[in-house]
Design a protein around this ligand. Sequence first.
Ligand code: ADP
Ligand code: MG
Length: 225
Amino acid sequence: MIIRAENITKTHRLGEHTVNALKGVSCEVPHGDFLFIVGPSGSGKSSLLYVMGALDEPTSGDIYIGEQRMAALTKKQRDEYRRLQVGFVFQSFNLLRNLNAIDNVLVPFFPQGVSPQLRKDATTLLERMGLGDRLLHRPNQLSGGEQQRVALVRAILKRPAVILADEPTGELDSQSGAEVFRILRELSSEIGSTVVVVTHDTRYIEAGDRILKMQDGQIIGEQTA
Ligand code: ADP
Ligand code: MG
């Protein structure tokens, strides 16, 4: 699924202050790409990622998902796109403190009901991540790397067309970080997801990855590693 951004601006308002986080950004993420968005803190990386995932609306400009213009969808359709097609991974894991690992993975499915098959799939994926003996642990009983692996399983279990990750290794040591990227690459290629990763850690970029460089709310360069 191709994601296309056309002349996106995003103005954040905070009280009387406004910040122009995106100043006319256009880019295309082809289906199956592994794309890194890099750039200094405050350059607009997260703002662009959230607009792509319909977590936030642009101030002007258009996001297209395939041929579909996002702004032409109803709120319900946008919510559906986000819920069914997009897997998010955040720097701070965003796990629910009072749920164990397996329930954290399954919680997005609670509203529609969790089938025994889905529970089995979740368990299998967690086991593959080396978390087989951590299924009943709560987040505060897991290391940062383990928590992020749980968050990855949660994002991937729905087999999303797009995986969006915002500084997914920002709070991890380099060994856990490398493990998170290994898993992200392995699973996304299995299910054929497009992956967009915001990072300022360029160690995990591999040959063939696409790189978008941002600065001051604009894209200042595009290259293939
Ligand atoms: P990055 O992810 O590259 O660090 P962001 O997209 O988070 O950049 O932020 C770009 C600019 O927008 C920054 O100056 C930031 O302070 C500002 N900003 C981001 N989110 C908000 C918000 N919700 N309210 C006000 N300002 C924001
Ligand atoms: Mg950010």
